[in-house]
Ligand binder design. Structure first.
Ligand SMILES: [Zn+2]
Length: 212
């Protein structure tokens, strides 16, 4: 939905029948463009959310589309939140996490971001429950899908129970091939000299970290 940017010929910001702030409190500017026929777009310009709409939109259409585009813009921003940049594949990872949460955790684990990271060499995954962010080591890339799925589910379960308590493992009870995945990861940790410390989290089959 990001078509041509508004040019200097655009008329002044439109009527006041629209929210002036985004959900996160950022100012909003609506630009009407005579050159736009159907395309609606929303982008950040500095800290301002700029929504561009065709000049012929009615006030009702403007309200509808501005609200809708601001919601999309905020969702996109949240997905890209957290330290570091969004790498290619993060959208797919997020979708995979959502599917796993739906299938095995009743959809109750709802991360705001799930990202691949390259700076996490001593643990497979990490979770910050207070920010609902999950990071996976890119060392997992290329491992069997069911192993990666286990790590994703493990971190998703930390959104529900931060500690490795019985309640935590109860959340993971439905996770398929869980013991096999733990053994696989322990084997990799043991075999590699990449600094992955298999002993750090003995018994969980995971080297991960939960931050408050
Ligand atoms: Zn854990």
């Amino acid at each position: 939905m990001t078509k041509a940017k508004s040019g200097p010929s655009d008329p002044a910001p439109a009527s006041g029948a629209v929210p002036l702030r985004t959900a996160s409190g950022a100012p909003v500017v609506v630009r009407r463009s005579a050159r736009r026929k159907r395309t609606v777009s929303a982008n950040w310009e500095g800290g301002t959310a700029v929504v561009a709409i065709p000049a012929h939109f009615t006030a009702a259409q403007e309200l509808h589309w501005v609200e809708r585009m601001l919601a999309k813009l905020e969702a996109r921003t949240v997905r890209q939140a957290g330290p570091g940049r969004t790498a290619p594949g993060d959208d797919a990872l997020m979708a995979r996490a959502a599917a796993l949460s739906q299938r095995y955790l009743g959809g109750r684990a709802t991360p705001l971001s799930v990202r691949w990271v390259s700076n996490q060499r001593s643990r497979w995954g990490s979770c910050t429950p207070s920010r609902r962010t999950i990071r996976l080591s890119n060392q997992l890339q290329g491992m069997p899908e069911w192993v990666v799925d286990y790590v994703i589910l493990h971190e998703l379960a930390h959104l529900l129970v931060p500690s490795h308590s019985p309640a935590f493992w109860a959340e993971l009870a439905g996770c398929p091939r869980q013991e096999e995945a733990k053994a696989f990861l322990n084997g990799v940790s043991y075999a590699t000299s990449r600094g992955l410390d298999a002993g750090a989290n003995a018994g969980t089959g995971m080297d991960d970290d939960v931050e408050e």
